[in-house]
Design a protein around this ligand. Structure first.
Ligand code: SF4
Ligand code: SF4
Length: 203
């Protein structure tokens, strides 16, 4: 399928999932600490992007001021250099080059994985994963039992919350899985860390 058609379909898909995710964020807002200026989830990560997500991100990048583009490009070059010299068995992690002054410079064009940051994820087996920032005093931290890594029913009761803390099936692989791919006619292929899309490319 033509890339232009893919990008149009992807934009429709994004509108749909963003609406769904906004509802979930609203439902769980008592537990969330997400706000502009908290960019922790954009740091020291891998940020997987499929090809279509990356192409869409680039359309956002092209709309930035030249000065910001230059900052991002020089960061990318630096990260690629660090990656080349990285030794070790653990995955290479980096701060997202698009994070400017603790805010996403391509917010409307950010990838799928960036859109569910903060929510608790429930995988298809029913296992709940709290966001990493729960361990840093942020989202869900007030109801987290750090010894069991589970939500503490006692803390939930003590807090007199209106809604229960819930996990949702909004992991990256689900949101870019067959169901959505078929429904919106979007191909999510070649998923890899964002920085790897720049490897072997001249900026
Ligand atoms: S693209 Fe934006 S939201 Fe996603 S990791 Fe980078 S700065 Fe954060
Ligand atoms: S998910 Fe956590 S780290 Fe990211 S913006 Fe929300 S509170 Fe901050």
């Amino acid at each position: 399928m033509e890339k232009i058609t893919q990008l149009k379909n992807y934009a429709i898909y994004l509108k749909f999932i963003q609406h769904e995710l906004d509802n979930l964020f609203e439902k769980q807002k008592e537990y969330l600490c997400c706000e502009k200026g908290c960019g922790k989830c954009c740091k020291y990560g891998q940020f997987h992007y499929s090809e279509i997500e990356f192409l869409y991100l680039l359309t956002g990048f092209m709309q930035l001021d030249e000065e910001i583009q230059t900052i991002i490009e020089s960061r990318i070059i630096k990260i690629l250099e660090e990656k080349k010299n990285f030794k070790g068995n653990l995955p290479f992690k980096y701060d997202c080059p698009f994070l400017i002054d603790e805010a996403c410079s391509v917010y409307d064009y950010r990838g799928v994985i960036c859109r569910s940051f903060g929510l608790m994820i429930q995988d298809p087996t029913g296992k709940i994963n709290v966001p990493f920032c729960a361990y840093e005093g942020l989202s869900y931290s007030k109801v987290l039992n750090t010894k069991t890594n589970e939500i503490s029913e006692e803390k939930v009761k003590q807090g007199s919350y209106k809604e229960r803390p819930l996990g949702f099936n909004v992991g990256y692989n689900n949101l870019t899985g067959r169901e959505y791919s078929n429904k919106f006619n979007v191909v999510f292929e070649h998923k890899k860390p964002l920085i790897e899309w720049y490897e072997n490319k001249i900026l």
